[in-house]
Design a protein around this ligand. Structure first.
Ligand code: 13P
Ligand code: SF4
Length: 357
């Protein structure tokens, strides 16, 4: 059974779980080698983007070639902000579908393209709008905080969205006497509970198959092999609790342990002087870290942590996107209007992380 179909329990005894609601679907997409692309494709992408008044955004997990040709590279929150404020009429979103859909929700009058609309997200697939409505009915008056890794339908049922970079700030801004329903990532939810110290948070038991697969055993082995390394961990990881446990019990120096969004990792890496850093997130992240810091050797905590959905965006598909205007993202206007309240509330919270140009 794939990791993402297991009802993984977080090793946090305080976590209130809702495992009876869990539905996990994993779209298993077979990845072959990237299709061949004409030489000089980067110049052609830049020419087409200029001619079509398009801005190209790339998430930190994209393949290196896509990151290098994009106008902006960043985390989910930073890219949402850029998609909303960019002057161009067209946004080509090199990431996964919920990211492009969020851009459309924020900018309904812009043309939003994703080079392959089949690039989904196993975490976003762990909850649908019917399940959320049932959860809300069981918890009247609770505030629903939805991670941005959700569909437009789920966002429309939510009070406020968040990303990994502002989840703690979003929850901290909710009155302490209001119960919070946090969805859909159990590891990010456990992290938010731990940092805010709130015990009135219920967490949906979803997980990302890539991050859940980075295990406490990976951390133990890698830290033992590189005892002086800095440790960067995305809060979606299955190992987050054990990393913080190690940091709290002397197994890792707390000052060398950082739980961060992908954009936060880039910010920390810029000023890093360590010889080695261990990185617990999707492996595409290493490219941005290496481009902002050539002193430090960035090593994956688990080299298998590759998101097959992110890797569906290839140079050939980016070219096709600009040439053929595909795949255009549409969101029903009434649904988008309901989802926009929650997404705009998210964009207003937290400090923007630095974006690679
Ligand atoms: P960030 O918001 O940190 O970029 O993470 C997005 C994501 O999909 C993590 O898997
Ligand atoms: Fe979704 Fe996980 Fe891929 Fe991020 S890494 S896009 S959460 S499947």
């Amino acid at each position: 059974m794939p990791r993402s179909q297991q009802q993984g329990a977080v090793d946090d005894p305080q976590l209130v779980t809702t495992s009876e609601h869990v539905r996990v679907t994993v779209v298993d997409v077979e990845l072959g080698a990237a299709p061949p692309v004409e030489s000089g494709w980067q110049d052609e992408v830049r020419r087409l983007a200029r001619a079509q008044d398009a801005v190209i955004l790339a998430h930190n997990y994209q393949v290196a070639e896509i990151q290098d040709v994009a106008d902006h590279v960043g985390d989910s929150l930073a890219l949402s902000r850029i998609a909303a404020s960019a002057p161009q009429r067209t946004v080509v979103f090199c990431g996964v579908h919920f990211m492009a859909e969020t851009a459309k929700i924020l900018s309904p009058d812009k043309t939003i393209l994703i080079p392959d609309a089949a690039a989904g997200c196993s975490l976003a697939d762990t909850i649908d709008a019917d399940q959320l409505r049932a959860w809300k009915a069981d918890n009247p008056g609770a505030v629903v905080v939805a991670y941005v890794n959700t569909t437009a339908e789920v966002k429309a049922e939510s009070d406020i969205c968040c990303t990994s970079s502002n989840a703690v700030d979003v929850v901290a801004g909710i009155p302490v006497d209001r119960k919070v329903l946090f969805l859909p990532d159990q590891f990010l939810g456990a992290h938010v509970k731990r940092v805010t110290g709130r015990d009135n948070i219920e967490v949906w038991m979803g997980e990302c198959h890539v991050h859940a697969g980075i295990s406490p055993a990976d951390v133990r082995d890698r830290v033992a092999a590189h005892p002086d390394a800095e440790v960067l961990v995305h809060p979606e990881c299955g190992c987050t609790t054990s990393v913080l446990w190690l940091a709290g019990t002397g197994g890792l120096p707390p000052e060398r342990t950082h739980v961060l969004s992908t954009g936060g990792m880039v910010d920390v890496a810029r000023a890093m002087t360590a010889d080695t850093a261990l990185v617990a997130t999707e492996v595409g992240m290493l490219h941005q870290l290496e481009s902002v810091n050539q002193r430090t050797r960035f090593l994956p905590m688990n080299a298998q942590a590759s998101c097959r959905f992110m890797k569906m965006i290839t140079p050939a598909k980016l070219l096709r996107s600009l040439r053929e205007g595909r795949d255009e993202v549409h969101v029903d206007p009434l649904l988008a209007a309901r989802a926009r309240r929650a997404v705009e509330a998210m964009v207003a919270v937290g400090t923007p992380s630095v974006v690679g140009e």
